[in-house]
Design a binder for this molecule. Structure first.
Ligand SMILES: Nc1ncnc2c1ncn2[C@@H]1O[C@H](COP(=O)(O)OP(=O)(O)OP(=O)(O)O)[C@@H](O)[C@H]1O
Ligand SMILES: [Mg+2]
Length: 310
């Protein structure tokens, strides 16, 4: 998978972390006062998908938007540090850079503040992103759409990737139909339930969900990620393939879906058969749930987990 090129398209975010300690309650309101000891930034949302690809040595470019503000500079700095090509990151003037600010005291989150707009991106800005995708898609091994429902993804942006042979989408249920015609859609079980209106997760319901999604999306594969139950693949064989989860100790499941979609697409980019690609994605996701925070999995960590499961 090393050296394969992947274009990530989606909702880029920056996670801002304010770390500190609490020793008193504010005289102004019944809230803790955090004495700040550290302040840092990490890439979030679709940026976490890009980080996961870089951890496996992929060549990564990004298409998305940032606001015209200081946090856009932080985003560009983080992309540069990860050696992610940011020439498809467009600055827009009518919204802030999506930012999630977390205040953490004694390793416990005290509060989170979200700075974001969920309005559709203007047609002009969408076209700038789409033009970049149209130019890159024919010479990239895979495209990933990482949807956090912040208004970037549209039919036009998705169609811009149609020249690429492998397109994997991690959709939000409300946007599902935007991704019709991609190679593979990979919702989690909850999203798949919401998208199909099927309210159960027994065997028959899962099969029905997969069949409906395959038909509705006219895609080759549907992969439903199922948290502690692993993943289920639906495809041309007409039979469901279940891959059980593999983590040894679960510390933090956040971002596991980003890892799963990154590794799935990168494995397909390296011409791995779909069954093995799903298994690899499942091992990689298992490796990141063993770590705190949103994380990435290296090839060594994935291989260690594979060896452990043998
Ligand atoms: N509790 C768990 N134990 C083992 N593996 C897990 C667990 N939770 C998640 N995973 C692994 O991570 C994959 C993706 O997780 P999940 O289905 O929860 O995606 P998600 O809800 O999109 O995640 P997120 O949105 O937090 O990134 C699963 O298919 C599985 O391989
Ligand atoms: Mg997810």
């Amino acid at each position: 998978m090393r050296g394969r090129s992947v274009l990530v398209v989606g909702d880029l975010m920056i996670d801002e972390w304010i770390w500190g300690t609490v020793s008193r309650i504010s005289p102004e309101a019944p809230v803790p006062v955090v004495a700040v000891s550290n302040h840092s930034f990490t890439l979030g949302g679709a940026g976490n998908v890009a980080n996961n690809l870089r951890a496996l040595g992929a060549r990564v470019s990004f298409a998305g938007i940032v606001g015209d503000d200081d946090f856009a500079e932080q985003v560009r700095r983080l992309l540069r540090e990860e050696e992610i090509d940011a020439s498809g990151v467009v600055t827009v003037s009518d919204r802030p850079t999506t930012r999630k600010t977390r205040i953490v005291a004694h390793n416990q989150q005290v509060v989170r503040a979200d700075w974001e707009s969920m309005q559709p991106v203007t047609a002009r800005d969408r076209e700038r992103v789409a033009a970049f995708i149209r130019e890159r898609a024919p010479r990239t091994d895979a495209v990933i759409f990482s949807d956090y429902a912040k208004g970037l993804l549209s039919r036009e942006v998705v169609e811009a990737a149609s020249a690429c042979t492998i397109v994997v989408a991690d959709p939000k249920p409300a946007n599902l139909d935007l991704f019709r015609g991609v190679t593979c859609v990979a919702p989690n079980a909850h999203e798949a339930m919401e998208a199909t209106g099927i309210a159960a997760l027994d065997e028959a319901s899962l099969d029905e969900m997969g069949a409906r999604l395959l038909a509705r999306m006219s895609c080759q594969y549907v992969v439903i990620t199922r948290g502690e139950h692993g993943m289920s693949l639906f495809g041309h064989t007409g039979r469901r393939l279940d891959v059980p989860s593999v983590a040894r100790t679960v510390y933090d499941v956040s971002g596991a879906g980003d890892t799963a979609v990154a590794v799935l697409a990168l494995a397909l980019a390296a011409r791995t058969p779909i069954e093995q690609a799903v298994q690899l994605a499942n091992f990689a996701a298992g490796a990141v749930v063993e770590k705190l925070g949103t994380a990435t999995a290296s090839s060594e960590e994935i291989l260690a987990l594979v060896a452990h499961e043998r």
